[in-house]
Write a protein that binds this ligand. Structure first.
Ligand SMILES: [Zn+2]
Length: 63
């Protein structure tokens, strides 16, 4: 298992917690963040943007 990341939908603002290993990232124009290129919002199909690590603190989940 990889790290869990929080990704926010650009359309509806919902946050999705996604395993980092399951997502592909693209550089965002302007360098302000990362776009998720292979997954979309389950609610509206909008573009997801990588927000931060789930839980915000840089701790690692061990399994
Ligand atoms: Zn959405």
């Amino acid at each position: 298992m990889g790290e869990l990341m929080e990704c926010m939908c650009q359309e509806c603002g919902i946050s999705h917690i996604i395993d980092l290993e399951t997502i592909s990232l693209e550089d965002f124009e302007g360098g302000g963040g990362k776009l998720v290129s292979n997954l979309f919002c389950s609610e509206c199909g909008g573009q997801l943007v990588l927000n931060k690590k789930a839980g915000e603190e840089p701790n690692y989940r061990l399994k």
